[in-house]
Write a protein that binds this ligand. Structure first.
Ligand SMILES: Cc1ncc(C[n+]2csc(CCOP(=O)(O)OP(=O)(O)O)c2C)c(N)n1
Length: 390
């Protein structure tokens, strides 16, 4: 099978993708509220949940700042200041749109690419880079932001999100005055092939848990195209578990925001889980260690350029009379943010090694303590540089 085959055909709403033998060609229509050229379109089911036009500039601001953060982090990795970077360019609308639909008491369970969601949850952006600089296993306090630490093991967080949602449900059963809340489990199209996602969805359905499964279908699981991983549109898998599945244009921030607000409302009201498939595209490489030219056709990448989530909202904002000064001020703010980021990263210090050993388990562990002693002995065996060591 030619896994590098372009998936560009059929990426328009309601059109079929180039199909794998035996796969379904009919695709569900996508929810869209803002066309690629920046025009608003109504949707019978979701328009009532659409964001107010007053907040459009702030939605654009978040997307702009997170794209700049992504560019700066990529540069920091190239300069050897980060071990690895996981870019999000192209997925800003999916992340900012869904993150901005959450309320304070809701809880997000991210993968390793949810920098935009982190921004909406109030995580200080430099903190995201602590993990990628290797100075910590986390970077922020999840409880402070209701935003879990990044999960590198694909799909594990979907189970955590369901477990937490079941906890919310039980807390409310014992204390009906407790605030209604839901969780959002973020994962990719590739992760949807993991058993954990299946198990999470079975549990969520069985217990009617208040969880929104938010799948960013960016079309590639590193080098494997999504069409190899599923014979039906991902959103349609929800029917097999017995809850609603919605495909939304993942590059349309207004539609993503409206659909997620609807799904969270549905979950908080006790109606159970929802699967959202945000149909989007990762314009950048999988990570800074990946070379997509080895498996992805440039024609496919070019076909996504006109659907850029930022350009789309910018066209709309300019057409509705937002002044140029808004965009130039934002440019200044992003440059200031980049400088602050760089300074913070260069100042991050690696923790003492004994701290690393000391946090492997919650309680002291004799084997780990023995390993630390061995390492310390090994280090002590070197001749210091000022005494002629190299
Ligand atoms: C359990 C597990 N298996 C394999 C991997 C290696 N791996 C890291 S990212 C990735 C592809 C993920 O694709 P997708 O879920 O579509 O998310 P994306 O990175 O495209 O956002 C794989 C296979 C892993 N991290 N965890």
């Amino acid at each position: 099978m030619d896994v590098a085959r372009s998936t560009a055909a059929g990426l328009e709403p309601g059109r079929a993708p180039g199909a794998v033998t035996g796969s379904r060609r009919d695709q569900p229509a996508m929810v869209q509220l803002l066309t690629e050229d920046g025009h608003l379109v109504p949707d019978d089911r979701f328009s009532d949940f659409a964001p107010h036009p007053e907040i459009y500039p702030s939605l654009y601001r978040d997307m702009f700042l997170i794209r700049r953060f992504d560019q700066e982090s990529t540069a920091l990795q190239r300069q050897g200041q980060l071990a690895l970077w996981v870019p999000l360019t192209g997925q800003e609308a999916a992340q900012i749109g869904s993150g901005r639909a959450m309320q304070a008491a809701d809880y997000a369970f991210p993968t390793y690419r949810e920098h935009g969601v982190a921004l909406t949850r109030g995580v200080d952006l430099p903190d995201i880079l602590r993990l990628f600089r290797g100075t910590t296993n986390g970077g922020w306090d999840p409880r402070e932001h209701n935003f879990q630490l990044y999960t590198l093991v694909l799909a594990a967080q979907t189970l955590h999100a369901v477990g937490y949602a079941m906890g919310i449900q039980r807390d409310r059963a014992t204390d009906p005055g407790a605030e209604a809340a839901a969780t959002v489990a973020y994962f990719g199209d590739g992760a949807s092939s993991e058993g954990d996602v299946h198990e999470a969805m079975v549990f969520a359905a069985s217990f009617n848990a208040p969880v929104v499964f938010f799948c960013q279908n960016n079309h590639w699981a590193i080098s494997v195209p999504s069409e190899v991983q599923t014979r039906v549109p991902l959103s349609e898998r929800a029917a097999g578990y017995g809850f609603p599945g919605i495909r939304v244009d993942g590059n349309d921030i207004l539609a993503v925001n409206a659909v997620t607000a609807w799904a969270l409302d549905h979950a908080r009201r006790g109606n159970g889980p929802v699967l959202i498939e945000a149909f989007t595209y990762r314009m950048s490489a999988h990570t800074t260690a990946d070379d997509p030219t080895k498996y992805r056709a440039s024609a496919e990448e070019e076909s996504w350029a006109p659907r850029d989530p930022l350009r789309r909202l910018e066209s709309h904002l300019r057409a509705t009379g937002i002044p140029d000064s808004f965009f130039t001020d934002l440019e200044g703010e992003a440059t200031e943010q980049a400088g602050r980021l760089r300074k913070a990263v260069l100042a991050m210090e690696a923790p003492d090694l004994s701290h690393r050993f000391g946090t492997a388990y919650a309680e002291p562990h004799p084997l780990v303590q023995e390993e630390l002693r061995q390492w310390q002995d090994y280090e002590a065996g070197f001749v210091p540089a000022d005494e002629g060591g190299k």
